[in-house]
Design a protein around this ligand. Structure first.
Ligand SMILES: Nc1ncnc2c1ncn2[C@@H]1O[C@H](COP(=O)(O)OP(=O)(O)OP(=O)(O)O)[C@@H](O)[C@H]1O
Ligand SMILES: [Mg+2]
Length: 292
């Protein structure tokens, strides 16, 4: 009890020292029909891939949208999370597209048995690709350029970013109109949000634009820690006023079980809490992207 109170005091004090709420950046013009949403956080294991996969699947399944889910992470967790759904092979790997001239991410797209959802898998060579791209002119904008056709072909392109701020994540952020930030209810995760917010400010300073923040999503929320959760939620709400989404994702073993089976929770265990939480997230995001 005392520990939680101390933690709360420290968090609130830290929150109040920081500038209250960083401004939500202006959405960049998409330059095509589709919108691009990057799921990004600098902290590892906070549910970026789980969120990207279920958001993409639900926007296709529940909202009838044409969706491309693109994995920028060499770990390739999108493909392993959806392996039971993927059909056929891709014409090219994402590394080949990023390294080649006139790249087009549509060449990496693979269909799934979820109507409307295609996937560009991450490939193991992406680590070397990132290093190879480091010396190129306009290296942060390669993905943005490679998405011209995809923006016409899809209503929304969801990017699953790696857990660092390397060149691949920067390419994702430069290509995106919006960023969705998963964040556990922990101090370390909030510090990761600080780092991402600094990066967005840096992008605006360097390129004159940054993706608009679509929201901060509390993930892996263990409802048994209600007191600590409330404290961290309050600190996050002060520090990032306007960013917190009204829905959150509870800890639910059905989500990790579904990932092991290579399927979405919507198919593996449709009555699970995780399925309801991600359906609510997709409804909220669809409302924010297309309601007006
Ligand atoms: N709400 C949840 N409840 C239970 N387990 C979850 C939940 N969200 C994610 N997980 C599990 O936590 C692990 C990490 O999730 P995930 O791969 O989505 O995180 P990540 O942020 O993409 O990780 P990385 O930084 O390595 O890319 C996975 O085993 C996943 O199944
Ligand atoms: Mg991941």
């Amino acid at each position: 009890m005392t520990m939680v109170t101390d933690l709360g005091n420290r968090l609130l004090a830290a929150a109040q020292r920081l500038p209250v709420a960083r401004a939500v950046t202006e959405a960049a013009t998409s330059g095509g029909h589709g919108v691009v949403v990057a799921v990004a956080a600098q902290t590892g294991g906070v549910g970026k891939t789980t969120t990207a996969v279920h958001l993409a699947a639900a926007l296709a399944q529940r909202h009838g949208r044409r969706v491309l889910l693109l994995d920028l992470d060499a770990q390739g967790h999108v493909a392993s999370s959806l392996r039971a759904h993927m059909r056929g092979g891709a014409e090219a790997s994402l590394s080949e597209v990023l390294l080649g001239r006139d790249g087009d991410v549509c060449r990496c797209a693979v269909a799934t048995d979820i109507p409307g959802l295609d996937v560009c898998a991450g490939d193991r060579a992406l680590g070397q690709t990132e290093a190879a791209l480091a010396g190129r002119m306009g290296r942060e904008l390669l993905l943005r350029r490679a998405m011209t056709r995809a923006r016409r072909a899809y209503d929304v392109i969801v990017l699953d970013c790696p857990p660092n701020l390397g060149l691949l994540t920067l390419n994702g952020l430069c290509a995106a109109d919006h960023v969705l930030v998963p964040c556990e209810l922990s101090i370390l995760s909030l510090e990761g949000v600080d780092a991402l917010a600094d990066t967005l400010e840096g992008l605006t300073a360097s390129f004159g634009r940054a993706p608009a923040v679509l929201g901060m999503l509390h993930t892996r929320v263990d409802r048994r820690n209600s007191r600590q959760n409330a404290t961290i939620r309050a600190a996050a709400a002060v520090r990032y006023a306007g960013w917190t989404l009204p829905c959150e994702i509870a800890t639910n073993t059905a989500l990790s079980a579904a990932q092991l089976e290579g399927q979405t929770v919507f198919r593996a265990d449709p009555d699970a809490r995780g399925a309801a939480d991600y359906a609510a997230l997709a409804d909220e995001i669809a409302q924010r992207l297309w309601a007006c």
